[in-house]
Design a protein around this ligand. Structure first.
Ligand SMILES: *[C@@H]1O[C@H](CO)[C@@H](O)[C@H](O)[C@H]1NC(C)=O
Ligand SMILES: *[C@@H]1O[C@H](CO)[C@@H](O)[C@H](O)[C@H]1NC(C)=O
Ligand SMILES: *[C@@H]1O[C@H](CO)[C@@H](O)[C@H](O)[C@H]1NC(C)=O
Ligand SMILES: *[C@@H]1O[C@H](CO)[C@@H](O)[C@H](O)[C@H]1NC(C)=O
Ligand SMILES: [Zn+2]
Length: 421
């Protein structure tokens, strides 16, 4: 979910480049301990005082935003000496999580290839779009619980596919749970989490009573790659690409943030009307194939859907409506009940604490997001965004973290499903 806030030079320069190069970029972590420090970081993330900064510094990408005292903030920058000085002058001591981001990217790429070559499980390694589609098709062939269908097509003609996992066969009246991963292309561990869940539901059905019960009770609809064009671009051109790959007619900057493109206070606070921004909402609600695909499958399930969870990385929070206002939703007590159970199940796994609450309170304000749309327009009470565990690796999570991060998140989602009446 994190916003690229000082985006001009970065996105402008990378738009037409063949390959992004993050040599010299650093990932810094800083933790605000006073309200002055917190508000300084918030202002830096929203409206940086560019006049004070060297012009070439215009690259600050908040991988984890400032939201609360004591909550760490992760910032990618290629001008760390200036930023570090600034932070020191405010009494903060930034930690360098990665001193040369490109070398981390290179290392991870080799590690993943080596791990696949060494025979690691499909679910514990990262895979290309084509490999994921192939996996889903094999699963549908092999397993009578699974069907795969195309729910939309991107601008670059890639299929957006959803797996239905159900023991109900032709009975399409059962309650449904819809999960979506990867709306933000670079958040690879999110895609992996959807695949992890698909694997658990299909291999443990009939083996583990809890899973059997969940598949007998709900139809699970899971879209593991919600933004195929962006995901392919993150493999081939720029590992840290976030948006889709829409050509914006008025700009040389590419892409729309599809999680700002839903018809829920569209274009409001916490989204941008500037095409170069990483939170660009697009010209109108549902202008994007990816958001339309999700809308349309949810419309086809209307009346059946009990929960919708959009999975992102890496703020480590479980958030409910609303994003665009601090007004509490009418059903908040019920949402809070279920999030309490979900977050407790996550914490019980490995001790990872997931704060939870309305997005506008525990994260930051956002407009045009999935959770607010499914709640306000489709009447799904349990519409959430799950931001996976925050690690020192940001979006460049090693494959070795897939199992723990996906396991705890899945425990939370199972607990959520069990708690829904
Ligand atoms: C990235 O840039 C650095 C320095 O600017 C250069 O040494 C390196 O070769 C580049 N890497 C690639 C893959 O182009
Ligand atoms: C940071 O990146 C921008 C955009 O690629 C570039 O123009 C600028 O020179 C870089 N600054 C430093 C200090 O490397
Ligand atoms: C499907 O079954 C084939 C043949 O048994 C097997 O090789 C393949 O790994 C299976 N794929 C999946 C995703 O289950
Ligand atoms: C898959 O599709 C076939 C044909 O439409 C249908 O008979 C079957 O019940 C479906 N199964 C699942 C799990 O969706
Ligand atoms: Zn995200």
């Amino acid at each position: 979910m994190n916003r690229l806030v000082i985006f001009w030079v970065l996105t402008g320069a990378l738009t037409w480049a063949q390959k992004a190069n993050y040599t010299g970029y650093k990932l810094l972590r800083v933790t605000p301990e006073t309200t002055e420090q917190l508000s300084y970081l918030v202002s830096l993330s929203l409206t940086p005082d560019t006049a004070r900064w060297p012009i070439e510094v215009n690259v600050l990408d908040f991988w984890r935003d400032p939201t609360r005292l004591g909550g760490s903030v992760d910032i990618l920058t290629n001008y760390s000496s200036f930023l570090e000085q600034e932070l020191f002058s405010k009494g903060m001591s930034p930690l360098v999580l990665m001193d040369d981001v490109q070398s981390f990217l290179d290392k991870r790429k080799i590690e993943n290839a080596d791990s696949i070559a060494a025979g690691s499980r499909f679910t514990e390694t990262y895979h290309t779009y084509e490999e994921i589609i192939d996996y889903l098709n094999q699963l549908a062939n092999n397993n009578s619980l699974v069907n795969v269908s195309k729910i939309g097509e991107t601008d670059q003609s890639r299929d957006i596919v959803t797996a239905r996992i159900s023991s109900g066969g032709d009975d399409t009246s059962r309650p449904a749970i819809y999960l979506e991963c990867g709306m933000h292309a670079r958040e690879w561990i999110a895609h992996s989490t959807c695949i992890w869940i698909i694997d658990e539901l299909t291999t443990l059905y009939g083996q583990i009573p809890e899973i059997t019960g969940l598949v007998d009770r709900f139809d699970w609809y899971i879209t593991p790659v919600s933004n195929p064009d962006g995901y392919v671009y993150s493999w081939l051109n720029d590992r840290l690409w976030r948006k889709n790959r829409k050509i914006n007619p008025s700009s040389s900057c590419v892409g729309v943030d599809t999680n700002r493109n839903f018809d829920a206070n569209f274009g409001g606070v916490g989204s941008s009307d500037v095409p170069c921004s990483d939170t660009y909402s697009g010209p109108s609600a549902f202008s994007e194939a990816e958001s339309r695909a999700m809308r349309d499958i949810l419309l086809s399930l209307q009346g059946r859907t009990k929960a919708v969870v959009s999975i992102h990385n890496n703020a480590q929070v479980w958030i409910s409506p609303y994003g665009f206002t601090t007004e509490r939703p009418a059903d908040y007590a019920e949402m809070e009940r279920v999030m309490t159970v979900g977050a407790a199940a996550i914490e019980a796994t490995y001790g990872t604490e997931y704060p939870f609450g309305p997005g506008s309170e525990v994260l930051y304000v956002t407009s045009g997001t999935t959770k607010d749309y499914v709640y306000d327009t489709l009447g799904v009470v349990h519409g959430y965004t799950l931001e996976l565990r925050n690690t020192a690796d940001g979006f460049i999570t090693p494959g070795t973290l897939i199992a723990p991060v996906a396991t705890e998140a899945w425990n939370g989602i199972k607990a959520m499903a069990n708690a829904i009446v």
